[in-house]
Design a protein around this ligand. Structure first.
Ligand SMILES: [Mn+2]
Length: 277
């Protein structure tokens, strides 16, 4: 049995299937984890969602910002952007079933896997884990977000969680502001500014970043130790590189013409499929 963790699909269904063939993925024996952003920008979001729904009992998926954007559109709290490629999902007769299922997906997945002979606790979210968060913080905040999202009254939640501010915990003046900041930490984080605030504007390469910005994984992390390992997607400009042995960046920008990546946790082998067509 092997565990494959795959980076942001963003509608790249053909590459996803080719990658599963390459690793000889067995639906009944192997485990499949996805680090979020299943939809948008790529050509076949509906096929990605429908396939994952069909094997939902055998895979672990965390939500990404594009997945939340889709849910926001479906619930009427967001307008589609010009760059969106979500029509296939929005026009599907399965849209409500898929949305109800997506709303039950978590914001994190934590599981121990024997990797290179050692039992390692893998922690997967879409964007990473803020350095100041302990494991208890992550569990509590992630589960609180899920509680609101999976509630039948999630419309009110989705109406209020989009936005770049507040970007510091001590600037949150209400529960909804705190929830918005936490959802941004888990699903959109890349850089922190010198004052500790979350910068959500600059998305590029570290080499091009303004001097005052530092990637979240360059700060000392409270959740990491010699037996933990963080898995995240979201940040295609990293091209899979963090420079850290126990922090893996899995979004390698397939939707942008680069490639789709899978990491096999048991031996840390990386597989990839170049963008097709
Ligand atoms: Mn993302």
């Amino acid at each position: 049995m092997s565990t494959y963790v795959i980076g942001d699909l963003q509608g790249c269904f053909e590459e996803f299937q080719k990658l599963l063939t390459t690793v000889q993925f067995r639906e009944d024996k192997d485990a499949l984890w996805l680090c979020g952003d299943i939809v948008n920008r790529g050509p076949e979001s509906l096929k990605c969602l429908s396939y994952l729904y069909s094997i939902r009992e055998n895979c672990k998926i965390v939500l990404g910002n594009h997945d939340l954007h889709l849910l926001g559109i479906i619930e009427g709290s967001r307008s589609p952007a010009e760059s969106d490629t979500l029509e296939d999902v929005l026009e599907s007769s399965d849209v409500i079933i898929l949305a109800e299922w997506m709303k039950t997906l978590p914001f994190h997945h934590i599981e121990k896997v024997k990797s290179d002979g050692m039992e390692i606790e893998f922690i997967m979210t879409h964007a990473g884990v803020p350095p100041s968060w302990t494991k208890e913080d992550l569990l509590e905040r992630s589960e609180e977000l899920s509680k609101y999202l999976s509630n039948t009254n999630s419309e009110n939640f989705l109406n209020n969680i989009f936005g770049n501010y507040p970007n510091l915990p001590n600037e949150c003046k209400s529960d909804i502001e705190r929830l918005r900041l936490n959802i941004n930490y888990i699903t959109r984080m890349r850089y922190f500014d010198e004052d500790g605030s979350l910068d959500l504007k600059f998305k590029g390469r570290i080499i091009d970043a303004p001097i005052n910005l530092k990637p979240w994984f360059e700060y000392e992390s409270k959740i990491l130790n010699e037996k933990t390992h963080i898995l995240f997607g979201h940040w295609a400009a990293l091209e899979g590189f963090t420079g850290k042995n126990n922090i893996s960046a899995l979004d390698t920008g397939c939707a942008w013409g680069n490639k789709l990546t899978a990491l096999r946790l048991e031996d840390k082998t990386i597989f990839s499929c170049d963008k097709l067509n």
